[in-house]
Design a protein around this ligand. Structure first.
Ligand SMILES: [Zn+2]
Ligand SMILES: [Zn+2]
Length: 427
């Protein structure tokens, strides 16, 4: 309500006193804030809404509405334009591939441009202000050391890990990397778990055998070793060989948000200490003081304020994603497997998963009840190889009561999971 009245007042005011300038500033600040929040919300929906962890959540529904409506709208408009002006050359098979390629590269290129622009603004205004102030002190902090040993390495790590995550091979299975299923190394790295992955699965699209934990990426049309997810930020798959770069990139960008946010705030504090501050800023309460400092003093402070706001808003979002990725290392799962585990958990909740312990002492088999028959009997499918299973052979049949009854053999403990994901073996 406060925002609405301020917005109206600034729409109707013709004279600019200090107060109306302030209100005008508050308006643009709120509009900027709401704009950034809306943009972030859309990015969250686009990036995370389709991940298996969010299946059947509001985020997933919004993703489908946004993607379906947005793409329908864009496709219709493009088709009209194409039919009228380009003689249908865009909507041909070749044209569609070209468009897919163009859309795919838009996000990573846009990220690189925005990030580089923000860095330039940071060094031109925020950092320069700190250095100028420090030069006036009798015992200045050694900013040369911080510059060469913290700031520059952080930026280099960020660029390098991003480019490696974008351009590295995620672990594509194809003619170049035909997996030899007889090698003990491959079996040790990607064993059959008898639950999520049957042995020697054949991809229905590529028609090739793929080891457990691999998956076909429909966006890239290829099978990838230890597939985690297709990342539109990178326009690449996060898989066996790219997970490490993706993880390091997330770590470096989180540190940049924290340290960059701190330096932006410090730069504003430095300006306050430098004297010659107008009375209306000096005597204002803390949030107002910083707001007026950003809006009413110099272009540098305005830019620093926007950088601070970006760090404050983006850190929780990327930080959350980093925590979730670290948690997946701890659990020994990939994002793709989380979806599969959630599905099995749903089956357990509907009493459809059983454990069969054969009398002959061979290994336990997990079964899914596919059809209930009269007399308490049923038809089953073995999870180990997806074959139909006859439970008439001797053994005990027990319903699986909870998640904990099933063992995730890919969870080897945090450090071994981290070693596998961050230092992959070459195949
Ligand atoms: Zn992909
Ligand atoms: Zn495939």
């Amino acid at each position: 309500m406060v925002f609405m009245s301020q917005w109206k007042s600034c729409l109707h005011s013709n004279t600019y006193t200090i107060n109306s300038y302030d209100a005008m500033g508050m308006c643009s600040f709120y509009l900027l804030f709401i704009g950034i929040c809306a943009l972030l919300f859309i990015i969250v929906i686009l990036l995370f809404g389709d991940l298996p962890n969010y299946r059947d959540t509001i985020l997933n529904k919004l993703h489908h509405i946004l993607v379906e409506n947005f793409f329908k709208f864009i496709t219709n408009k493009l088709q009209q334009f194409d039919n009228t002006y380009l003689n249908s050359s865009l909507t041909s098979q070749k044209g569609k591939l070209r468009l897919k390629w163009l859309f795919g590269w838009t996000v990573p290129i846009l990220y690189l441009i925005i990030f580089t622009k923000c860095l330039k603004l940071f060094f031109d205004y925020t950092y320069t202000q700190i250095i100028k102030y420090e030069e006036t002190l009798q015992s200045p902090t050694n900013w040369g050391l911080r510059y060469w040993f913290v700031i520059i390495p952080l930026i280099i790590i960020n660029y390098v890990t991003f480019l490696l995550a974008v351009f590295s091979d995620p672990g594509v299975i194809g003619p170049k990397r035909e997996c030899n299923f007889n090698t003990s190394q491959l079996q040790a790295e990607f064993p059959n778990d008898g639950i999520l992955f049957p042995p020697e699965i054949v991809c229905s699209t590529c028609k090739i055998k793929k080891p457990p934990r691999s998956k076909h990426c429909s966006s890239c049309d290829r099978c990838v070793l230890m597939f985690d997810h297709h990342c539109i930020w990178l326009n690449n798959d996060v898989g066996y060989y790219t997970f490490r770069w993706f993880f390091l990139f997330l770590c470096s960008i989180c540190i940049i948000f924290v340290y960059g946010g701190y330096l932006s705030f410090y730069s504003l504090q430095v300006y306050l200490k430098s004297g010659n501050i107008p009375e209306n800023i000096n005597k204002a309460s803390t949030p107002k003081k910083y707001w007026r400092l950003i809006k009413q003093t110099t272009v540098g402070n305005e830019i620093t304020g926007i950088l601070l706001l970006l760090c404050l808003l983006l850190f929780p979002l990327i930080g959350y994603f980093l925590v979730e990725t670290t948690w997946s290392i701890y659990l020994g799962v990939t994002t793709n497997e989380i979806g599969k585990w959630n599905y099995i958990n749903e089956l357990i909740n509907h009493d459809l998963v059983y454990q069969f312990d054969p009398e002959d002492g061979s290994a336990k088999v997990y079964l899914i009840l596919t059809e209930r028959l009269p007399g308490g009997q049923g038809k089953f499918m073995a999870l180990s190889d997806r074959s139909s299973f006859n439970s008439n052979i001797g053994g005990s049949l027990e319903p699986v009561k909870g998640w904990d009854d099933l063992k995730n053999i890919y969870d080897r403990g945090f450090w071994l999971n981290a070693k596998q994901k961050l230092f992959p073996t070459s195949f």
